[in-house]
Design a protein around this ligand. Structure first.
Ligand SMILES: NC(=O)c1ccc[n+]([C@@H]2O[C@H](COP(=O)([O-])OP(=O)(O)OC[C@H]3O[C@@H](n4cnc5c(N)ncnc54)[C@H](OP(=O)(O)O)[C@@H]3O)[C@@H](O)[C@H]2O)c1
Length: 277
């Protein structure tokens, strides 16, 4: 059995490759960059999900696939994969599709487009719907290392940040084992902690004080709009506003699927301290 991992150089995909290899699976990695370097020794095959025909060489002999979500061409990619012999697809989706946040806008449509393309095909499927990744806090790395400060809005927004390795662990089980076909897993960390607590956790791990400077939502909006589309900024800030009074619900998905508790945010920071020092 050969498993194709798309998005293999991404924050989740790298872990999917590593964990499948650790479990003895035969893995092939897709990248748009033929010289992509991955931690693991793995066959890297060139292909672009926006150019579905380019996937044919990567799909030769493939039975199962981890699908990084590229909505515009999802249907064509799935059709080509099914014709090439793929029988199971595990999709990286998002908690946004759970529509707890009406403000999620394009993100809901994009992820649903990919889920629907897969659900309407003749394959076994599992949808991974993670909440916010712990790696989003890497956005703070620059101001922490240079000024010892985090500037953010909604300090009391409580998130159940998920370690990317846990999303990958669920993916690996769903790809390799039976019992997860048709699963729609909302994947979270083990606890919801506020942004202030997140900063305190990072400070504790690196052994330095970090100041939290609260921004108004308007100030944060003005900052974010410089590097993100308006729809994304509204979605992210709307999510934080809700999370002040409605912390991310914690789900047991990681423990139930993998048999191991979800990693804490402190564990994620311990795996990434070099970024904050
Ligand atoms: N951040 C969050 O809090 C969060 C929460 C829930 C869901 N999500 C979803 O998770 C996804 C991001 O996952 P991630 O962090 O693992 O991704 P990532 O780190 O952004 O990496 C994605 C990888 O996918 C590959 N890729 C991108 N476009 C491609 C294309 N057209 N064809 C082939 N490969 C392509 C790229 O590899 P190459 O350059 O090597 O081709 C890239 O390294 C997004 O869809 C996001 O909506 C994120």
């Amino acid at each position: 059995m050969t498993i194709l991992v798309t998005g293999a150089t991404g924050s989740v995909g790298r872990h999917v490759v590593d964990q499948l290899l650790a479990r003895g699976a035969n893995v092939r990695a897709l990248s748009r960059n033929p010289a992509a370097s991955l931690r693991a020794r793995v066959e890297v095959v060139n292909g672009d999900l926006l150019r579905p025909d380019s996937l044919r060489p990567a799909l030769t002999g493939v039975d199962r696939m981890y699908l990084f979500p590229v909505p515009d061409t999802a249907k064509e990619c799935v059709d080509i994969a099914v014709r090439a012999g793929v029988r199971r697809i595990v999709v990286l989706s998002s908690d946004a599709v759970n529509t707890r946040y009406e403000i999620a806008g394009d993100s809901i449509d994009d992820h649903l487009a990919v889920e629907n393309a897969v659900a309407q095909s003749d394959v076994e499927w599992t949808f991974l719907r993670p909440v916010a990744f712990a790696s989003n806090t890497l956005f703070w790395a620059h101001s922490i290392t240079t000024e010892g400060v985090v500037r953010a809005a909604y300090p009391d927004a409580a998130q159940a940040l998920v370690h990317e390795a846990d999303i990958a662990a669920v993916a690996a089980v769903a790809l390799l084992e039976d019992g997860h076909v048709g699963g729609r897993y909302t994947i979270t960390g083990p606890e919801a902690i506020t942004q202030v607590e997140q900063v305190r956790t990072i400070a504790g791990q690196i052994g330095r004080d970090i100041r939290f400077e609260e921004m108004t939502p308007e100030e944060k909006h003005a900052e974010m709009i410089q590097y993100l589309p308006e729809d994304s900024v509204r979605m992210i800030l709307g999510y934080f506003a809700i999370a002040v009074t409605n912390p991310d619900p914690v789900t047991p998905a990681v423990q139930q699927v993998t048999g191991v508790p979800a990693r804490t945010f402190a564990e994620w920071v311990a795996d990434h301290t070099s970024y904050f020092q």
